[in-house]
Ligand binder design. Sequence first.
Ligand SMILES: NC(=O)C1=CN([C@@H]2O[C@H](COP(=O)(O)OP(=O)(O)OC[C@H]3O[C@@H](n4cnc5c(N)ncnc54)[C@H](O)[C@@H]3O)[C@@H](O)[C@H]2O)[C@@H](O)CC1
Ligand SMILES: [K+]
Length: 510
Amino acid sequence: MRERTGDARDAALLTPREMAAADQATIRAGVPGAALMERAGAAVARAASAMTRPGQRIVVLCGPGNNGGDGFVAARHLRNRQRSVDVLLLAEPERLKGDARWAFNALSGGWRPLSGDVLAECLDGAHLVIDALFGAGLDRPLAGVAAEAVRAVAVSGVPVLSVDLPSGVNGATGEVLRAEEGQGLAFRAAATVTFFRRKPGLVLYPGRGLCGKVEVAQIGIEPSVLDEIAPRQWVNGPDMWGAAFPRVRDDGHKYDRGHALVLSGGAASSGAARLSALGALRIGAGLVTLGAPPSAMLVNAAHLTAVMLRSVGDADALTDLLEDRRFTSVLAGPGFGLGQRLDAVLAVLLSADRALVLDADALTALAVDPEGACARLRERAAPVVLTPHEGEFGRLFPDLKEQPKLERARAAAHRCGAIVVLKGADTVIAHPDGRLVINDNGAPWLATAGSGDVLAGLVSGLLAQGMPAFEAACAAVWIHGRAGVRFGPGLIAEDLPAQVPGVLSDLLQR
Ligand SMILES: NC(=O)C1=CN([C@@H]2O[C@H](COP(=O)(O)OP(=O)(O)OC[C@H]3O[C@@H](n4cnc5c(N)ncnc54)[C@H](O)[C@@H]3O)[C@@H](O)[C@H]2O)[C@@H](O)CC1
Ligand SMILES: [K+]
């Protein structure tokens, strides 16, 4: 693995507001807005050319703003490439402004107003639709002719290439804008050409499911503008955490690689903690001990080999065990079972000066008193990583439930001073200081019983090795995703730890 973290600026995700600031900074530095639009439109035309052959028909839907401007430029280039292009305009031409007006004039005619009838006529026999209705400037749900166009294109089955974002998708949140009543509407694109950097709305669902294959085109914006804009969200990848990843020393000892303690529930649900323990061991913790109640000692002993086993019947036993300073991280929650033992164990853990991962039942137990839990978490000096899925998150932060995913995760991390891993197909990892990473390498078959237990174990295994908590959480989520992709369909949680070595050796070769 690379010694240095790569340029995290490559992984930055820009909200529409940040993207507008990047455009403006570039324009202030002397690059005309029309030059940016020309490159943007040309990139769209290249992508559209690759999706069609000369002589084929392309319908370009152009909106009233600069997204439409990109569409005019693309249409001009595509005509030069011998495509037959219908430009349908969702605005009075005299209302076009600035760069969009320039691009419209440069098209020199050959357009029609967008209406249901004209669109139906154009879609018949068309090979591609370019969606240049709305991009970063979308500020209300699609309605009227635009909404009809989305429906008609969907019914036609003609593939869509979206410019910047599928119209209807909020670039900051990935949500489809919808009126108070009723469903939201957005294009479902086969591909999207976006500019300079990806947008959160292309990485978060439902936007991620609507944008198809995403190409990021460079249009002449210098990466140095990011220093000024200072975006606070990135897409997950080794560039974000590679430099902090634990390195195995040639002359190292197992105790140099940390000792993770994983707490098990009762006999019938002890499998979850074993999955976590295997995850922790596979990701490189030098030692892993499973702390089980007496009733679960036999079953755990029968199933464990490299993982050590200790009896931890109650809070006192845990306190005694933690006297051993060599335990460097503790994980509680998977399969633990709610009740007195968990409450007592949590009380010990919240005041213990060890890196902590709280998952599953531990999160449910904290949700009995969310405010008190956050206050206690905030007081801790050692790092905490919380790994809730949506249900657990909703119980722990009930007032945040309705907010968009990024804002929810950010607010929760800030409130409890913990790293929050909000799990899902688009897992978000939030730092209390506002930094946020979105994961995009998962596979649908990772949504299987016990998968989250392995993930919690991976986090605790990295924490045990002293990796900073935010980086550890991001790395664990990414490696977990990659492990799932590597195994493929049919995956069960038991398969995940065994995939970790392969993922690690790929990483080492980067
Ligand atoms: N110089 C620049 O700023 C550049 C901008 N670029 C393009 O410009 C886009 C952003 O342009 P704009 O800020 O003009 O925004 P848009 O073109 O996305 O749309 C803004 C316009 O649409 C209207 N509108 C928003 N939602 C609507 C709805 N649901 N129904 C009807 N009308 C609606 C707004 O009132 C406004 O008139 C980017 O997505 C990108 O495609 C690129 O050309 C690169 C350069
Ligand atoms: K669009």
